[in-house]
Write a protein that binds this ligand. Structure first.
Ligand SMILES: *Cc1c(COP(=O)(O)O)cnc(C)c1O
Length: 321
């Protein structure tokens, strides 16, 4: 049925020469099968990584010239901001910009996010790709079923496959999908030399998740839409952010204390970090991100549970807000 799991670290030479697979750090059959499926979804050349952060690290090492400037979408995934700050001693410069408009002129690499987690703004892709620098789009929250950034002229798509692609909160993985084979080869070389390679087990789990991606996303999205409508009218809720599709919602209650009471009151929804899994999860993001995020902001990743059960849980928790 699915691609077999081959945990070999090395394969015999054929007629005294390395065949398609020789050593696991370069390529392995379980990974290549998963990458073919991921590449088809996004319309490009996919590479699998042991985490979303490994994927973005490979992109920065490969595509940013030494001493170059990354233009990073404001309010986008916090890990990208902290990684780039960590790389400052290596000459990596960062400017944050409002991704609903054009990137700053000085950018050597543009990193946008569709939609940004957790503020859920969408990038102006047309303005981004008009800039001469390569454009990388983190589309973790859209998934290739709702947005194919390469079709809009982006150079590379990033996914944290830990989220909706694998979908079961049981694997850490990342993906890059390049629009052309030259960028693929450069990313692959960095991956092979640095050894930031996903294991066959990881590849197998990501591939398994893809078989149910469409039905999971459709149900999670349908529930998210109803919850967004109901949250929008709720007296304890001040702001609701939702890009109009997919499974991720963020909404604000009065302040950090109210958000904490909601976190401690949910039962069906798990008070935990991460997103895109079968179980719904909610957390206040201010604890991680500080002042860039409103103190009362709660990020809700809608899962596969019965929608009315989720609303009953939220309604009860919001009474404590
Ligand atoms: C989680 C996440 C990442 C990081 O991925 P990991 O798999 O946790 O390393 C990157 N971008 C977005 C939008 C994410 O949600």
């Amino acid at each position: 049925m699915g691609a077999p799991l081959d945990r070999s670290a090395t394969w015999p030479y054929e007629d005294g020469e390395p065949g398609r697979f020789s050593y696991v750090r370069a390529d392995h059959p379980t990974g290549v099968a998963c990458e073919a499926a991921l590449g088809a979804l996004d319309g490009g050349y996919a590479l699998l990584f042991p985490s979303g952060m490994a994927a973005v690290t490979c992109v920065v090492l490969t595509m940013l010239p030494p001493g170059g400037t990354v233009a990073l979408a404001e309010g986008a995934y916090y890990g990208h901001r902290t990684l780039l700050a960590h790389l400052a001693p290596w000459g990596v410069d960062v400017v944050e910009f409002d991704q609903t408009g054009p990137p700053p002129a000085e950018a050597d690499l543009i990193l946008v996010e569709a939609p940004a987690n957790p503020l859920l703004t969408m990038p102006a892709l047309e303005a981004a790709v008009a800039h001469p620098a390569p454009v990388v789009c983190d589309a973790t929250v859209s998934s290739p079923l709702r947005l194919r950034p390469l079709d809009h002229g982006c150079d590379v798509v990033l996914h944290s496959a830990t989220k909706i692609l694998s979908g079961h909160d049981d694997v850490l993985a990342g993906v890059t999908v390049a629009r052309n084979a030259e960028v693929l080869d450069r990313l692959h070389l960095t991956r092979r030399l640095t050894g930031i390679v996903a294991s066959p087990d990881t590849a197998w789990l990501v591939h398994r998740g893809l078989a149910t991606l469409e039905v999971r996303l459709a149900r999670q999205e349908a529930s998210a839409r109803v919850l967004v409508d109901r949250l929008t009218g709720h007296p304890a809720v001040e702001t609701v952010r939702y890009p109009g599709f997919s499974f991720l919602v963020s909404f604000d209650v009065a302040d950090g204390e109210a958000a904490g009471r909601v976190e401690r009151s949910v039962r069906t929804i798990v008070n935990a970090t991460s997103l895109g899994g079968t179980r719904s999860k909610l957390e206040a993001r201010h604890r991680w991100e500080g002042d860039r995020i409103p103190t009362g902001l709660l990020r809700l990743s809608v899962g596969l549970e019965d929608m009315e059960a989720l609303w009953a849980d939220l309604e009860h928790a919001l009474e404590q807000a």
